[in-house]
Design a protein around this ligand. Structure first.
Ligand code: F6P
Length: 342
């Protein structure tokens, strides 16, 4: 068999581990050949490929990013996009495609599978917001980076008797904020699933100072105040999947807190540092296993499936199960953490 691979959407530590796992097993166990498509769905749309074999995957396990490149290209937003992909897969002699991505990339894969393309999906996102799997790879790395930042911010906040607001990624789901906030001992965690009450936040800030400690607030980029509105929007700019570019809630929150409490407040935006660099051991373990199982699914002709972590086992679920609804933070998980606020 000849198998195409692509990585789409925001990059994420562990992508290269998936590619390596699939290629190594595909070549040695099944005798398959591979071709890499560059920059997500742009590759098969424009027939832009790179060689992909054992030499290309040597040494990439610990490397962040993706050797295939990525983009947020949406073939369903482009005239004849689907036909072009089908034609180019045929021109490359591809019998199957492994698509590694998040809600958008796998959303495209789901529709293509329905249209008869032999595709298998691997879930990735630092946001951990894909359904159908306990965890996505990249999340653990992002949480570790954010936790280390929070640890460091505690000491400088204490020295200056300041509020420090740490903005982490998470457009719709607060998984990074919740896990890193708990691990780093944050005093307040604000997530998109729970619009926040600024007066309550300020009261918690005051109570923290009253015990002679400086508060650390972890806020997801998609968090909004309870009054509603669009505090976190910096511009109306959208990508080809219609997502508005976020950012700015950390700064807005810091200035609001400073204004209301009179306490000095600063914001730190962790941004893309959460997505860069080498994956943690957990993410390498998970991503490698996803790659090994994805090529076996392809070999067995089990298309239209997504790899999934269930406990410690890798399972296969229908692609649509991963992309139909986002996996949001459950209220009880947030309430568990809330006891520690203030
Ligand atoms: O989808 C993952 C993610 O990290 C989101 O949390 C974030 O909103 C988005 O990517 C930003 O990505 P980019 O700046 O690459 O568009």
């Amino acid at each position: 068999m000849r198998v195409g691979m692509l990585t789409g959407g925001g990059d994420c530590p562990g992508l290269n581990a998936v590619i390596r796992g699939a290629v190594r097993k595909g070549v040695s166990a099944y005798g398959h050949e591979f071709v890499g498509f560059r920059d997500g769905w742009r590759g098969p749309l424009e027939n832009d490929t790179v060689p992909l074999g054992i030499p290309e995957v040597r040494g990439i396990l610990p490397r962040g990013g993706t050797i295939l490149g990525s983009s947020r290209t949406n073939p369903f937003a482009i005239d004849n996009g689907v036909e072009r992909i089908k034609d180019n897969l045929a021109a490359q002699g591809c019998d199957a495609l492994i698509a590694i991505g998040g809600e958008d990339t796998l959303g495209v894969a789901t529709k293509l599978a329905d249209l008869g393309v032999n595709v298998v999906g691997v879930p990735k996102t630092i946001d951990n917001d894909l359904s159908g799997t306990d965890f996505t790879f990249g999340f653990d790395t992002a949480v570790n980076i954010a936790t280390e930042a929070i640890d460091r911010l505690h000491t400088t906040a204490e020295s200056h008797h300041r509020v420090l607001v740490v903005e982490v990624m998470g457009r719709h789901a607060g998984w990074i904020a919740l896990h890193a906030g708990l691990a780093g001992g944050a005093n307040i965690i604000l997530i998109p699933e729970r619009p926040f009450d600024i007066e309550k936040v300020c009261a918690q800030v005051e109570s923290r100072f009253a015990t002679h400690y400086s508060p650390i607030i972890v806020v997801s980029e998609g968090a909004v105040p309870a009054e509603g509105g669009s505090m976190s929007l910096v511009s109306g700019e959208k990508d080809s999947f219609g997502h508005v570019r976020l950012g700015g809630i950390g700064d807005r929150l810091a200035s609001e807190i400073e204004h209301r409490t009179g306490k000095e407040a600063r914001a730190v935006v962790l941004g893309h540092v959460q997505r860069g660099g080498s994956p943690t051991a957990f993410d390498r373990w998970l991503a490698t296993r996803f790659g090994l199982h994805a090529i076996t699914a392809v070999h067995e002709g089990d298309f239209g499936k997504m790899m999934s972590l269930r406990g410690t086992e890798i399972a296969r679920v229908p692609l649509s199960e991963g992309t139909a609804v986002l996996k949001l933070v459950r209220p009880d998980l947030y309430e568990e953490a809330e006891v520690l606020f203030g």
